[in-house]
Design a protein around this ligand. Structure first.
Ligand code: DHB
Length: 390
């Protein structure tokens, strides 16, 4: 421990340095990154952390001349822990941003703290439409379930899939996806059959639900499961023989997540989904992103969580530059209306909703150079969240 004399001497020296050459005293902005790094949703945390660190490294650790200190904290996917960590980062660490939020309930838990403390909150993963309405300090760089879902509902109705059933994980984003599909598919001439199936989020067993799908025999089964759960769902889908029974699996791209696609294996071939990101997106920006991500993390393929984290850091960097390190209110104001070219394609943070407008792609799982990928074959440009609009 320092004694009082040493402390004062140290302070004096720091002050002198500051007075002598203020230009050398680079200011620091802290970013609190709150993620599930352990527990059932650890893959979300791992992907976002890797991408955020990559963005920071590519910018030499500073945004607009401000040195960035990234503080990563594990909330284990538990809302009480998210809230406690957010409080501590805001009050003790005095972070300029709270970022991350791997699941909708975790974003909901932190939102009131962002409002009270006027701290910008960058949602990089959680995807229920209503997330951005929980605080005027939230901006989102992931997607919304209705935004992705309406595109596959249209595609199914227009491609001979007349009767469809739905199965979702029973929490907010699943219910958002279910609502969007069940509204849109009949509007486009499709018919809903069977019950709206909802599977518990903790320790899900899909088998009894899939048996009901087998009994109902729809042309297509629409599915939403959160990132990381798709492999288990697909395994049980095939074990029940639903693929052999001619039931087409469709969904948002969470089920054929790039992180686990090769692990799912051939069972995923031919599955058609709609989504905002595929590691196989053929743009130069994405090819550079995937190359750099893999060079820094040789055992990983970036998925949609990674791109949400990467773009969240980009939004953070640009708001810091634009405001020259402004206060929380200036930073969130700066985020409104911002547009850039992401690895996923062009994106905009809508000024009114602070939510993301982006391309949604229709993709089919194919084998490319021995690896499974979601290969995009149709693009719907500049899709806003359909619930809130622009
Ligand atoms: C959410 C989590 C996911 O892993 C996902 O793929 C989509 C949505 C969520 O909790 O909002």
């Amino acid at each position: 421990m320092l004694n009082r004399r040493q402390t004062l001497a140290g302070l004096g020296a720091a002050t002198m340095t500051g007075l002598a050459s203020p230009a050398l005293a680079q200011s620091v902005s802290k970013i609190g990154l709150i993620l599930p790094m352990t527990g059932p949703f650890a893959s979300t945390g791992r992907q976002i952390e890797a991408a955020a660190k990559l963005y920071l490294a590519q910018n030499s650790g500073s945004f607009g001349g401000r040195r960035i200190e990234l503080i990563v904290r594990d909330d284990t996917g538990t809302a009480d822990v998210t809230r406690r960590i957010a409080q501590e980062l805001i009050v003790n660490e005095k972070v300029a941003f709270i970022s991350g939020f791997g699941l909708t309930p975790l974003a909901f838990a932190a939102a009131p703290l962002a409002t009270q403390s006027k701290t910008p909150m960058v949602v990089m993963a959680a995807a229920t439409s209503a997330v951005t309405e929980q605080s005027p300090y939230i901006a989102r760089t992931s997607f919304t379930l209705p935004q992705a879902t309406i595109i596959i509902a249209d595609w199914a109705a227009q491609n001979g899939l007349k009767k469809a059933m739905t199965i979702v994980t029973d929490y907010a984003p699943g219910l958002d996806a279910e609502r969007a599909f069940r509204q849109r598919f009949p509007e486009k001439g499709g018919e809903l059959v069977g019950d709206a199936l909802r599977v518990p989020i903790r320790n899900p067993d899909f088998a009894p639900f899939l048996q009901r799908v087998a009994d109902t025999k729809p042309d297509a089964l629409f599915v939403f499961v959160p990132s990381g759960v798709g492999a288990q769902f697909m395994k049980q889908f095939v074990e029940r023989g639903l693929d052999k029974a001619g039931i087409r699996l469709i969904g948002t791209g969470d089920v054929t997540d790039d992180d686990i696609l090769n692990e799912i294996g051939d069972a995923a071939l031919g599955v058609v989904t709609s989504f905002h990101y595929s590691a196989a997106h053929p743009s130069p920006e994405n090819q550079a992103f995937v190359r750099a991500f893999r060079a820094a993390n040789p055992s990983m393929r970036p998925n949609f969580m990674a791109v949400g984290g990467y773009d969240g850091m980009h939004l953070t960097a640009e708001t810091l530059k634009k405001t020259n390190g402004g206060d929380g209110t200036q930073l969130i104001e700066a985020a409104k209306g911002m547009s850039w070219v992401s690895p996923r394609g062009p994106v905009t943070i809508e000024a009114k909703t602070r939510d993301i407008t982006q391309n949604i792609y229709v993709r089919r799982v194919e084998r490319v150079d021995g690896q499974l990928y979601n290969v995009e074959f149709a693009t719907f440009e500049a899709v806003p969240d359909p619930v809130k609009g622009r």
